[in-house]
Design a protein around this ligand. Structure first.
Ligand code: NAD
Length: 250
């Protein structure tokens, strides 16, 4: 039996993309999953249904994580569901890729409120519930762009760099009871980059920049998150794990 059996894990952005794959992976490993979503209740219900069908428990919780009060209330509700959290995975996030002169005040605010503060407030609100676990772990979601520069989308890259430093800072602050790690995916085919899915030039960019020559799937990120939450990673904290087809080698 998986060592995540009975573990209570909150996954933000769990109704779609990478978060959805993580929620399903954890459910299949026996975890009890709090599936967070923003507005797509039907998608979240479908993830819950699939986890329950596999024999684990799941429930959906909604919030706009860019709204501090909503994010905190959602995390509290998820924590109070089973009285504790053994894990938190923060996959809720957005992407904007504008050039410098096109970055408006709203783009800036939304990026930092969602990715940086949303991640931070989620972990902050989860802390009392993580404290009730005897083996708690947090996994944040960065990007290869958190440590490697690309042309366009500087605020996204800055936000991911902030998440990486948040991961290290909180790993230190919350040790020894709570481990904090991050995953940094490369090109993963999800809604966040759907404009590139049918674009041959974008495919060529993915192939050119990724040594393994293809997009990744959300299901190729999820096992690493399961590992970081598991007992096998009991001695791992403050690390940023690239899952990127080798793109960071360039
Ligand atoms: P996605 O668009 O499929 O999923 C993003 C999720 O975040 C959705 O469930 C969405 O509802 C949620 N979300 C966005 N803003 C929110 C808000 N204000 N409140 C609540 N929920 C909100 O994209 P994805 O690729 O699965 O992205 C998940 C994470 O992975 C993001 O942090 C993204 O930056 C990161 N990432 C993705 C890639 C990639 O290539 N897909 C690469 C590196 C990092």
């Amino acid at each position: 039996m998986s060592d995540l059996a009975g573990h209570v894990v909150l996954v933000t952005g769990g109704s779609r993309g990478i978060g959805r794959a993580i929620a399903l992976e954890l459910g299949a490993a026996g975890a009890t999953v709090a599936v967070h979503y923003r507005s797509r209740a039907a998608d979240a219900a479908e993830v819950v249904r699939r986890i329950v069908e596999q024999g684990s428990e799941a429930r959906s919780f909604s919030a706009n994580v860019a709204n501090r009060a909503e994010a905190a209330a959602m995390v509290r509700a998820a924590g109070e569901w089973k009285g504790r959290l053994d894990g938190v995975v923060t996959s809720a996030g957005i992407y904007h890729g504008p050039a410098l002169e096109e970055v408006g005040a709203e783009d800036w605010e939304e990026m930092f409120r969602t990715d940086v503060e949303g991640t931070f407030r989620t972990v902050q609100a989860a802390r009392p519930f993580l404290d009730r676990s005897d083996r708690a772990a947090v996994v944040t979601v960065s990007s290869v762009l958190g440590s490697h520069a690309a042309v366009g989308g500087a605020p996204y890259q800055m936000a991911k760099a902030a998440i990486e430093q948040m991961t290290r800072a909180l790993a230190l602050e919350l040790a020894p009871r709570i481990r904090v790690n991050s995953v940094a995916p490369g090109f993963i085919r999800t809604d966040i980059n759907r404009t590139g899915h049918e674009d041959p030039a974008f495919h060529a960019l993915v192939a050119r920049s990724t040594p393994l020559k293809r997009w990744g799937d959300p299901e190729e990120v999820a096992p690493s998150v399961r590992f970081l939450l598991s007992r096998e990673a009991d001695w791992v904290t403050g690390t940023i794990l690239g899952i990127d087809g080798g793109i960071a080698l360039r």
